[in-house]
Design a protein around this ligand. Structure first.
Ligand code: GLY
Length: 549
């Protein structure tokens, strides 16, 4: 090659990548997705390209939550504009309000959680397709191919995942729940290559046909035939009718930041803004609080009571129910609600009402690309391994997202969340979610990209990661690994918390009347931009992997 040709090649192919001066970062729930996302960015792809490739990779390597049989939310900040792709599952046409009740109108245990009736119509492939059409820069096939390879050639099964699979199969057996999960995953051995040929073939159809490769043609026929054989209710029309929805993210100021977060059918965006804004009001009246002191935890639990009272009453799919988003984060409303917070003792749960008049699993990743764009993406099949049902012939796990609806007013779902009319089951409706992918801007530039799995605890993980980074000036490692806590009005006065709270704080909370529940939750994936330097971290308790490059 002459020197001249070398220069042309450099100018055409290498320089556009190198000339992007900014750093990039990924915070991913496993190493496979981190490697794929990093490689897509290094090929010159943008954050959305990397997110799409990571989503498909996770469908192969993180079967407890990564998926094509579920849904999620993707928050995008690109070219200085925010966008939100809602690819949440929908209730099938044959769903009805009382489908999980017996003839005495009691909730039938486990029917919305395990087995063929537990699934909503999956939204993931449509979501990725829409994200690619709107924001992608590399070819679709390039983004799906890494997942095809990992499914076809296999990946080395992490010991922790093998252990999780084994415990899940034993737990289901013990409960007497019959699922086909074990015949697909029961042979997984930690440290050995694990292949998924049926899933590989499904991903190849998605790679080659895009949206149609899942919602039409062979894959749709396989899903519908399997549903019919197993007595399920999702049919080909449900699949063909599914479309991911573009929505306007919630954008609201908090301190010197602009918070971009998730609108309904997520309850999370409203929740974290209520939490952050009420915290701001209450803390302004008090001397500075030590991080994770009993007073800090109590005040945030008090706020949580109000957040969850509103959630149960007002939050649902905005296409079916008029969610009063503006009123719920309005300055005067927040001031009224924060004024009700008792800074010294616990408010009586029964008296905390909605304020307006009238395995948990899931997974999250955060990406900042070299062009200054960001993606915050949370995706789910609900509990770990979803409904436990694998579509035979297509090799992917179906969600159990129908449990996120309110099966009966006032009866708690698996996360202890209650709901009413706003979140009752209706055909084609999206079930309420707590997924809260969030981005903070400062002076128009990305300051933080954050999110977590964990059902209703998601919001606590997200707002506490923000307080950790902003109020307590923590780096990403500290922000994701500092012990967290969660309170959601019901069960009464229970605070769930991570290991690592000071024993004195625990006894002070008990003295105040709280009941403490020491169970870990969440898996934060967070990127922080401190004065142009990126810092990324994956919570230590998970299998996550972060890179700054
Ligand atoms: N399935 C958990 C959530 O969407 O909140």
């Amino acid at each position: 090659m002459t020197l001249r040709i070398v220069y042309v090649v450099l100018a055409l192919f290498v320089c556009p990548i190198l000339s992007a001066k900014e750093q990039a970062a990924v915070a991913m729930p496993d190493k496979f997705s981190a490697d794929v996302a990093k490689s897509i960015l290094q090929q010159g792809g943008n954050a959305v390209d990397a997110a799409i490739a990571a989503q498909f990779t996770l469908a192969v390597t993180l079967p407890e939550a990564g998926n094509i049989g579920g849904g999620g939310f993707m928050l995008v900040y690109k070219d200085n504009k925010a966008d939100f792709i809602d690819y949440r599952e929908k209730a099938p046409t044959a769903a009805d309000r009382d489908m999980y009740l017996d003839k005495h109108k009691n909730v039938i245990p486990n029917k919305s959680l395990y087995g063929i009736f537990a699934s909503g119509v999956p939204g993931t492939v449509s979501g990725m397709w829409l994200a690619h059409q709107k924001h992608g820069s590399l070819p679709w096939k390039t983004l799906v191919q890494p997942a095809v390879d990992l499914a076809k050639q296999g990946f080395v099964m992490p010991e922790r995942l093998a252990g999780y699979i084994d415990r899940y199969i034993k737990r289901m057996d013990k409960k007497g729940i019959k699922l086909n999960f074990a015949s697909y995953f029961g042979h997984a051995v930690g440290g050995e290559v694990f292949k998924q040929p049926e899933l590989a073939a499904t991903l190849e159809r998605i790679r080659d046909q895009g949206y149609d490769g899942f919602y039409k043609g062979q894959t749709a026929e396989i899903i519908a035939a399997f549903m019919q054989k197993a007595g399920g209710i999702i049919n080909q029309q449900d699949l063909a009718a599914y479309q991911a929805q573009q929505r306007t993210p919630i954008q609201s100021d908090w301190r010197e930041y602009q918070v971009l977060t998730s609108p309904p059918p997520s309850s999370g965006g409203i929740a974290i803004l209520q939490w952050l804004k009420m915290y701001q009001n209450v803390s302004a009246e008090l001397p500075a609080m030590a991080h994770n002191s009993s007073q800090y935890i109590h005040i945030l639990a008090e706020i949580g009571k109000r957040v969850f009272a509103d959630r149960a009453q007002y939050l649902g799919d905005p296409d079916f129910y008029d969610v009063p988003v503006k009123q719920l984060i309005d300055k005067d409303y927040i001031a009224k609600r924060s004024g009700q917070v008792d800074t010294d003792k616990i408010s009586v749960s029964e008296q905390v009402k909605p304020g307006l008049h009238e395995s948990e699993e899931t997974t999250h990743f955060s990406i900042v690309d070299q062009y200054g764009n960001a993606v915050s993406n949370t995706t789910t099949i609900n509990l770990g391994f979803g409904s436990g049902v694998v579509v035979e012939g297509a090799g992917f796990i179906l969600n159990n997202e129908m449990d996120d609806f309110s099966a009966k007013p006032g009866v708690a779902n698996v996360f202890g969340a209650i709901g009413g009319k706003a979140n009752e089951i209706q055909p084609h409706k999206r079930m309420l979610s707590s997924m809260t992918p969030t981005i903070l801007l400062k002076g128009g530039k990305i300051f933080m990209v954050t999110g977590s799995p964990g059902g209703t605890t998601i919001m606590s993980s997200v707002y506490q990661s923000i307080l950790n980074a902003v109020v307590y000036n923590m780096n990403a490692e500290q922000a994701v690994n500092s012990p967290r806590f969660h309170h959601q009005l019901w069960p009464k006065d229970v605070i769930r918390y991570h290991d690592g709270l000071k024993p004195q704080v625990e006894s002070e909370l008990k003295d105040m009347g709280y009941k403490l529940d020491n169970r870990h939750f969440g898996d934060l994936q967070t990127i922080i931009n401190r004065d142009g330097k990126l810092d990324a971290a994956s919570e230590r308790s998970g299998r996550g992997q972060s890179y700054v490059f």
